[in-house]
Design a protein around this ligand. Sequence first.
Ligand code: BDP
Length: 682
Amino acid sequence: PERVTSPDPTDVHPAWLPPAAFRAVGSRHVLVYGDGPLVDTVLREARLACAAYGGTARRCADGPAAQLVLALRGTPGIAAVVRTDPAATGGLGDEGYAVTRRDEVTVVLADEPAGLLHGLFHVVRLGESAFGAPHPARAYRPVMRRRMLDHWDNVDVHPVMGQVERGYSGGSIFWRDGRAHPDRARVRAYARLLAACGVNAVSVNNVNVHATEARLLTDRLDDVAEIADDLRPYGVRVHLSVNFAAPVMVGGLPTADPLDEKVRPWWAETTARVYARIPDFGGYLVKADSEGQPGPFSYGRDHADGANLLAEALAPYGGVVHWRAFVYDHRQDWRDRSTDRARAAHDHFTPLDGRFRDNVVVQVKHGPLDFQTREPVSPVIAAMPGTRLAVEFQVMQEYTGQQRHVCYLAPWWHEVLRFTPWGDGGPTVADVAADGGGLAAVSNVGDDPFWTGHPLAQANLYAYGRLAWDPRLRPEDVLDEWIDLTFDPAASADPDLLRRTLHEIMDDSWRTYERYTAPLGVGFMVRPGHHYGPDVDGYEYTPWGTYHFADRDGVGVDRTRATGTGFTGQYPPPWSRVYESPERCPDELLLFFHHVRYDHVLHSGSTVVQHIYDTHFAGVAQVTAMSDRWATLAGLVDPAVHARVSERLAEQRRSAQEWCDQVNAYFHRKSGVPDAYGRSLY
Ligand code: BDP
């Protein structure tokens, strides 16, 4: 199809980059020093801002005295303008920058163009306060080198999954009718949003690689190159999900055996063609031997053989293979309690530690199961010291309300990133990822006018990027940044009400969601297939390995070494001991690790069954309160946003009630225990 741009770009919500976000920059005299495409982007952004707010943006030094200088260190002649010791902050790396303010001039310095772009967005975030009190140079460097988003987008519309697998925001922004999407303006706008929150890598197709998508690697490479062209000016690199059986599917070989003598050259030549077309191509993402995807197991090889094959092909170009550790048997015998899906990744991967090439990143879901509302941290993260690991999150809300419910996930990710797998004082999950392959997350974006279906779900994408840049940021501060950029409270009739209300609705929304859904870490209880809404026994007698084992006496999965699946033994101390004991195990994970009686008393003092009743009633009440609060913002936020969020809150309220009714009725009938407060349980 002919390439077009959005008929009316204002149809698309500006997310966290409305023109007003640039007011402070745009009303200044801006000077940019340096060359190259990313510096051009910096200048273009500054000019756009200045055109709207009366400032000027130039590349040379004459004209009005500069109030904001953005300079690449090493550019000849900057010493006169940058009246600070350019060496004061040490090396800033590929993406770092330093900011200083002196003599009424704010200066951003970087060693590389990408750093200058990140520095510009830093000033945008600060707004007017970037032009306040003087301060010495402060350096900012990303904690994670690679901060990746994985799109589960199909090129074609899949008969069951639709275009975006688990997508809750419409179709793909990258693909339409089997080709690169004709609306390139939208892809560029996306790149800009990503750069502004810190994401620097995007995988552009689903990890389940079907026949059409497999061709992206070969005869559809031009389409991938087009997307790469649109993301490049914002420092975002393209990665591709590939099918391990590609040599057979698109290469005409009889086998994809990693040790076959024809398979290796096939990957080498195919990869050479990819780099000839896209010189800054990031690498491959692979889901192998998982949920029906082919992999090395089909040939009697292991995952190190498989990953190293692709890594070898990518190595000459500096590319990486992200090899997912999400490998488990989805055809389990549910009667056999000795198998445990939670164990699978550790069982498969830890024996391979030390065998992966340097440019293999083993990408581990943050929990051992599958992006549930609450899970312990995956024990794999602590078990592969000789392997580069990336931690994978799901910004897309598959199990957290599918972007119909408000569920601000940053507090959850923050908790995971701060977790210390070897106990207090030891390295954190963030440290492991920072030393290894960084963070990856499944994107929640589609061609919906609000990008993310639920307008407040934009905050999750923003927060993911910011936490990947700096996992030490506090979720509530990240939310403040997002509110400032998106809603421009300074220009609102009631800035305090706006900010306070958004915090009241969002800060605790993940815990609220947890309250009215599956209790105490047991997970699932969702409707099979699409995973929306409650069905307590929906997966109980299926082969997927996701059980709660509720009976008349109790509930929960015994994953102890003493009497259960032995999963607790995959953790190093102290967590192996903490999780092994029902007394020491944190309440919120009790049913993940233990099968307990309904009258088991939690640390909170409540019994398990009374906790279930109480939290479910409380969760529904909190959603009602959220709705009431949102109503008070009518007139303070864009009417289209207000209407969309109100609609979704009504659905959240309905759904929360349904969860509460079904879960409470279920446990009331199983246990026969009435509610201590006499509320109706059915
Ligand atoms: C599960 C999703 C499935 C994905 C899978 C994955 O239900 O659609 O393909 O994760 O991560 O949560 O590969």
